[in-house]
Design a protein around this ligand. Structure first.
Ligand code: MF3
Ligand code: CO
Ligand code: CO
Length: 306
């Protein structure tokens, strides 16, 4: 049992009495339901049983055949995200959203990529208010005024499609709504910066410039990633300007752009569950994500509904 003056369990560095004991508005860990089963006839990624993904040298530039499969996985992920967003309402638990995503993924013949990925216990990430990312669905009911990010990834035809969006729950305050708008613009500007011959850091430069002009900060610890047959492949896409990220973009590369933008500090802390990342100042965070393909003309968004 924590005493009043002990440091809070959440990693904020504040005293427990000034942090999670005092503030009823903060998100707290709830109760998780048992792991949902996936039918045996659905093809699983290599980590589904062990929790540990195989690390191999997947080419950053994909073959046309892999790209074709990624288009299908991406479109399915987008459809599932749309369905999950329609389930968002005050009183709905994040576990109920997990059930929607799980069932919709299986219905399309896919495996929910988060399930047992490095031991993650659920089929989707649900990140509420000050949770930056990797929130674990549980019995917490969404409240009027919350914001919630739903991060859907499907493994279909041997490849992953990864997309997320932040949704308003009921009546949301104007500053949180502005945060959501600016964050969506950050993703759009990041995508617009993609073109063959450009350095990777052109993406983060565009995002950081827009976020900071709005008075917000860019989360540093979580970045976009190469994607394909691996959920997280080697390519790294920072959402801030990183001078050393000079790799040249080439047509056929696939990766995610997924900026997390905070009203307050860019710093983060992780809950004892090893997953849930939060802002130490409890400021709210929004995020949007697409899986994209570099083309001769610029970028194609693979995670778009047809
Ligand atoms: N979908 C997340 C991303 O955008 C990764 C979630 S990993 C999990 O990269 F294990 F938490 F599911
Ligand atoms: Co994602
Ligand atoms: Co991602």
């Amino acid at each position: 049992m924590l005493k009043s003056n002990d440091p809070c369990w959440c990693g904020s560095g504040k005293k427990y009495k000034r942090c999670h004991r005092a503030d009823a508005a903060l998100v707290k860990p709830g109760r998780q339901s048992p792991m949902r089963p996936v039918p045996a006839d659905i093809a699983r990624p290599d980590y589904a049983e062990t929790g540990t993904p195989r690390v191999w040298d997947e080419p950053a530039v994909k073959s046309p055949e892999v790209i074709e499969r990624m288009r299908r996985a991406g479109a399915a992920a987008a459809e599932i995200l749309e369905l999950a967003g329609k389930a968002v309402a005050p009183g709905v638990t994040t576990d109920e959203i997990d059930a929607v995503v799980h069932e919709a993924t299986i219905a399309r013949g896919g495996y929910p990529s988060p399930l047992n990925y490095r031991g993650f216990p659920k089929s989707v990430c649900t990140s509420v208010n000050e949770v930056i990312c990797h929130g674990i669905p549980d019995d917490r009911a969404l409240r009027d005024g919350d914001i919630v990010n739903i991060d859907v990834t499907i493994f279909l035809d041997g490849v992953h499609g990864d997309t997320n969006a932040t949704f308003e729950v009921g009546d949301v305050d104007p500053e949180s709504r502005r945060l959501i708008t600016v964050t969506r613009e950050c993703l759009d500007l990041g995508i617009a910066a993609v073109a063959p011959g450009q350095p990777v850091n052109a993406i983060g430069r565009a995002i950081q410039t827009h976020a900071e002009a709005a008075g917000f900060e860019v989360i540093r610890a979580f970045i976009g990633h190469g994607i394909g047959e691996r959920f997280h492949a080697d390519l790294q896409i920072p959402h801030y300007f990183e001078p050393s990220a000079t790799r040249t973009l080439e047509a056929g590369m696939t990766f995610t752009i997924e900026p997390m933008i905070a009203i307050g500090t860019w710093q983060h802390a992780v809950w004892p569950d090893g997953w849930t990342a939060v802002t130490p100042d409890a400021s709210r965070v929004a995020q949007f994500e697409h899986t994209i393909l570099v083309t001769d003309a610029g970028a194609d968004i693979l995670t778009r509904t047809p």
